[in-house]
Design a protein around this ligand. Structure first.
Ligand SMILES: NC(=O)c1ccc[n+]([C@@H]2O[C@H](COP(=O)([O-])OP(=O)(O)OC[C@H]3O[C@@H](n4cnc5c(N)ncnc54)[C@H](OP(=O)(O)O)[C@@H]3O)[C@@H](O)[C@H]2O)c1
Length: 339
């Protein structure tokens, strides 16, 4: 490999208070060691921005260790192998992995996946065919126990996970309504993704709108947003409903705690009345089962049966600015930064 491979890196230097800020990070340059036995060096081309990053920056008990102060920010990424000391990888291979918010990474070969960039472009491999795609698949089919004819509501429906959840549910014979912010995103759901309806939470009374779309209630609520939207959905369940807690992006930057007074799920007794269940899940628990989802998802994506949209910002230095867009709804589709 080139000697003295320099990596520019966003390091977390302070835990955010509210929305992540530029001053929570430091932009540093490090000279990387050449890959050792079993390792590969990768030039990162795309960095994935995921809502979970906010949780990874926070202190406290979670499903994964927080990013340490001073450490390179954790991030999924895709790039090209520039040097390899692993028998399964050669220079020029395209790979994805948890490579961090940096321009170059040295990774164990066991922690990167080779992808076929002649089939699909790299951002798709960290989006619809990456972690968000797997989340949609296992979330709606396994946790949601989707059945033909189900009436399904999904929040953050125009986003990376939500758009796929709705389309998979449609393919399996469900009636699907999505909740999104603004007329443009709502039109995308019905006109381009084939959803049966859309609710603009910024201009509609969500509780009333759900009841209008589903007068007999919901079988599945796939929630990416939490707070008041979750509470409105709870008020509209049918007997035997499943509420899938995938995320709660409306709560991630709260400084007064999740589910504070105005965001509390006060309608939770609907679970009892309707013999319904509410279940959270973490996609990391399904990694060993990705093979069950991947071939079918790849086929649908390559054939164009599953639509996917990437929102690509450019310029490594814009990492923090780009990340913030997730929490303000400025992204439209899977948010990715081109290095
Ligand atoms: N459980 C897991 O393992 C797992 C894995 C992946 C992702 N997730 C979760 O899935 C959810 C979606 O992730 P994604 O990657 O697909 O992101 P995304 O939907 O592509 O982007 C985030 C979207 O959330 C919406 N949003 C932001 N703040 C909001 C608020 N205060 N109220 C309502 N909507 C808001 C915005 O859309 P609007 O313009 O429509 O508001 C924004 O575009 C997140 O909660 C994430 O944490 C969970």
């Amino acid at each position: 490999m080139q000697n003295n491979l320099e990596s520019r890196q966003f390091r977390l230097i302070r835990r955010p208070n509210g929305l992540p800020a530029q001053d929570d990070f430091e932009l540093t340059t490090e000279t990387l060691d050449a890959p050792g036995d079993g390792e590969v060096a990768v030039a990162v081309e795309y960095i994935s921005l995921d809502p979970a990053m906010r949780g990874w920056m926070a202190e406290g008990k979670s499903y994964i260790e927080p990013v340490g102060i001073g450490d390179v920010m954790r991030a999924f990424a895709a790039g090209t192998v520039v040097a390899s000391r692993h028998p399964d990888f050669a220079e020029g291979d395209r790979v994805t992995g948890l490579m961090g918010a940096q321009t170059h990474a040295v990774m164990p070969g066991t922690q990167v996946n080779k992808v076929d960039a002649s089939q699909l472009d790299l951002p798709t491999y960290i989006g619809a065919l990456g972690m968000p795609g797997m989340t949609a698949w296992f979330g709606i089919l396994e946790v949601g126990e989707l059945a033909e004819g189900d009436r399904v509501l999904v929040s953050a429906a125009s986003g990376a996970v939500g758009a796929l959840v709705g389309q998979i549910a449609k393919k399996k014979g469900a009636t699907v309504v999505g909740i999104a912010g603004g007329a443009e995103k709502c039109a995308y759901l019905t006109d381009e993704l084939g959803f049966d309806g859309a609710i603009d939470y910024k201009s509609e009374d969500v509780d009333r709108a759900i009841a209008t779309h589903f007068p007999d209630g919901l079988d599945i609520f796939f929630d990416n947003v939490g707070g008041q939207i979750l509470n409105a959905a709870l008020a509209n369940l049918r007997v035997g409903a499943r509420v899938v807690i995938c995320g709660a992006i409306s709560q991630y930057n709260k400084t007064n705690g999740v589910g504070g007074a105005e965001d509390a799920p006060t309608n939770y007794l609907s679970l009892l009345v309707n013999r319904a269940k509410m279940e959270g899940f973490i996609i990391l628990d399904y990694i060993h089962r990705y093979d069950e989802a991947y071939p079918q998802m790849a086929e649908w994506i390559v054939s164009g049966e599953l639509a996917h949209k990437e929102d690509i910002d450019e310029g490594f230095d814009n990492f923090v600015e780009t990340l913030r867009k997730l929490y303000t709804g400025e992204n439209f589709g899977k948010l990715v930064l081109k290095v």
